[in-house]
Design a binder for this molecule. Structure first.
Ligand code: HEC
Length: 148
């Protein structure tokens, strides 16, 4: 009994510990990618609402393997294609699974084949759309943890 209780306590401490930001004075809260049992928590990176940042953190990671200029599907390669398809990208990323067409797709076991964009990443894209595709640059502090 003691053994069971102490392992639960230890497990809770590990879980709580993994949520505490390592550098509390650094501003933006940042979660590290960690293996927790079988599930993997996606890294939550504050990104800019700019073409460069969205392309790097979202499109290249999650979509470009299948949606490029050499694929038979819509291409999201390059700025103009991203602009032309931004509404569809947002729609499928958010509601694709509800329509039975998850984007990124899932394998037979139901695991996404590419990283699912976080809400923050999706918001960067919708902010960029609303700003008429003008980049919104973040003020960068020296030493900042923002990964453009
Ligand atoms: C593993 C390959 C793969 C990845 C990665 C992928 N897609 Fe797709 N996507 C497809 C396929 C295949 C279709 C066609 C599905 C169909 O017609 O049933 C499709 C269809 C779509 C469509 C409908 C238009 C079209 O070309 O048929 C949109 C929009 C879309 N994907 C968005 C995305 C977005 C956004 C991402 C990244 C978050 C993404 N996809 C990642 C394979 C992929």
């Amino acid at each position: 009994m003691f053994f069971v209780n102490s392992s639960i306590l230890l497990l809770s401490l590990l879980i709580i510990g993994s949520c505490v930001p390592l550098k509390a004075n650094k501003g933006a809260l940042r979660f590290e990618v960690r293996e927790i049992g079988i599930s993997k928590v996606e890294e939550n990176i504050p990104i800019e609402a700019s073409f460069k940042s969205i392309n790097k953190h979202f499109i290249e990671k999650s979509c470009l393997d299948c949606h490029n200029n050499n694929s038979p599907r819509l291409s999201f390669e390059g700025k103009q294609n991203l602009i032309d398809n931004a509404d569809d990208i947002l729609f499928y990323a958010e509601f694709g699974c509800d329509l039975g067409n998850c984007m990124p797709p899932v394998d037979r076991s139901g695991n996404p084949v590419k990283p699912i964009p976080t809400q923050e990443i999706l918001k960067s894209l919708s902010d960029w759309v609303e700003n008429d595709f003008e980049d919104i640059e973040k003020e960068l502090e020296k030493d900042s943890e923002i990964d453009i």
